[in-house]
Ligand binder design. Structure first.
Ligand SMILES: [Zn+2]
Length: 245
């Protein structure tokens, strides 16, 4: 386990919106012992604050205080304090406010960036927010250590080049943020895993689930945080301003 000063010191789970039936839309903040701030995802754009009913009929709610800028402000941070922004993927609930972080280095899987940049319809409607000309991207290929104790895990299937994150905390131990590779605890059952309505590739979804479950076992992961699990979020997790150490 990495417990040096350079490694992660705190992990915050922030709720940046709520979808129907109390389903959380999270973003995450990692702070290291040497003062680096790593943000994971940015939630919806500020223009969508309020209640929106999607084309599929379900609605989501974004309170003013939910927006990523206000979540960070509540922790005493400005956008310019963020050194790295890990982009798990460019869906609007994950990448809707990337354009507010021009001072950060944005880290994305090359495959995902190229599919989105190529004009894929799914990511085009949110393009102004992840493809703003003032943003600085670093493209990575597959599993990559971003910093000591922060590892990016390539988990395609939900979308090409989706990435999950492993965070090694000094007291909690290794924490796996599955993001949308495993949106709920039920989806961690590899034998029963199926493609969800928003998943693009079923074989990829199953392979990535297996990869995460194997990694959790191999690395002795003590906490798996699923991407959009209402029950886990409400009952089993510490949310900002509380944090994991
Ligand atoms: Zn999502």
């Amino acid at each position: 386990m990495t417990t040096t000063n350079q490694g992660p010191k705190r992990l915050y789970l922030m709720q940046v919106a709520t979808m129907r039936a109390e389903v959380p839309v999270p973003a995450y903040l990692i702070q290291t012992g040497d003062g680096i701030n790593v943000l994971i995802d940015t939630g919806f754009p500020a223009s969508m604050i309020g209640t929106t009913t999607g084309s599929s009929g379900w609605s989501f709610v974004i309170n003013e205080s939910d927006h990523i800028i206000n979540q960070l402000a509540a922790l005493g941070l400005k956008p310019s304090d963020i050194n790295y922004l890990i982009c798990t993927h460019f869906d609007v609930d994950h990448a809707g406010s990337h354009d507010l972080f021009p001072d950060a280095e944005l880290i994305v899987q090359r495959q995902h960036y190229e599919v989105a940049k190529g004009g894929h319809k799914r990511f085009a409607r949110n393009r102004e927010h992840w493809d703003a000309p003032n943003l600085h991207y670093r493209l990575v290929d597959g599993d990559t250590e971003l910093l000591p104790g922060i590892e990016l895990i390539e988990t395609s299937g939900h979308v090409p080049g989706h990435q999950s994150v492993l965070v090694r905390l000094p007291e909690t131990g290794p924490v796996l943020l599955t993001i949308d590779a495993a949106p709920s605890q039920g989806t961690l059952d590899v034998e029963k895993r199926k493609k969800g309505p928003m998943d693009m590739d079923e074989a990829g979804v199953i392979a990535s689930t297996r990869k995460l479950v194997d990694l959790a076992k191999r690395e002795g992961v003590t906490l798996i945080v699923c991407g959009h699990d209402a029950n886990q979020w409400q009952n089993d997790l510490k949310k900002a301003p509380e944090f994991y150490v």
